[in-house]
Write a new protein. Sequence first.
Length: 334
Amino acid sequence: KRMRGSQHASLREVLGVRYPIMNGPMAFSAGGAMAAAVTRAGGLGFIGGGYGDSRRREGHDPEGWIDQQFALAHSLLPDWPTSPHSPVGIGLLTFTLDTSPHSQVLTHALAHRPRAVFLSCGDPVPFVEQIKETGAVLVCQVTRKEEAIAAARAGADIIVAQGDDSGGHGQSGRGTLTLVPAVADALSKPEFNKSTYLVAAGGIADPRTLAAAFVLGADGVLIGSRFVATEESLTHPKVKEYVLKHATGDNTMRTAVYDKLRGSPWPPEFDGRCTTNSFIEKWHEDQNGVTSKEREAFAAASKEFDFSVSSTLIGECVDLFEGEKLPTVEEVIQ
């Protein structure tokens, strides 16, 4: 584990939290209620800002949704000050943000003075100065050691090293068990002066996996999939029930076909981990063959929660979810 001298603050001190735990800013799952619940339980909660400027260009109102979720989070944290920063952060998909001259969605989100801004899946460099000017903590998610080094050099305060075990999107190739210590070693170089913090992500869902993250060299953990199946998650109750009662790590796979079938505009270098079935497996092997017919079949199955055709993003750690009752975020953390 990387050792910090007395002159270096702990991640808990930097974030002003009791526990060095964050939730993944998962689109369509992590709203104001989840973010507030994580913060209230002693971690740092994040709102999932989703598809940023790309959604605005499609005629949606991401700014309005962000306003609603910050307002909800603040209403659920009446004893937490909202100045100089909100008690919650926000996450955005970097590849969806406009870079000329500024991202309208990022600018709008920063007006809420988030405690931290979490960027994933893309080059953070165009946005570093704008974020840092607000005093927000900059969190960058990576899936490669070289990505971590580049993000630290760009000014990231926290690196989230996400392994393939996760349900979240990223570039496939490295498991959490080897990625986290590799990044820990890289960030221990004198160049970074132990000022960049490391958070582990991917497969963390119970006390054993949390403890393992710290042994691997992490300063904190990010929990994604486990929070999907909680009361505060925005995920549909029927999907939560399926994840909690029927999904297993054995029937998940990393693939880009999930996004092709639902028509999401993900760049080809990124994929996610989803539950699998014969339909998913078939089109995983023939992704270029996916047409409107397959997308319509997938959409119809999703509407009916027919998981013999449909699917949902979830990590391998789904085996570690205990019980059949949907827990609260606080119960998961405790």
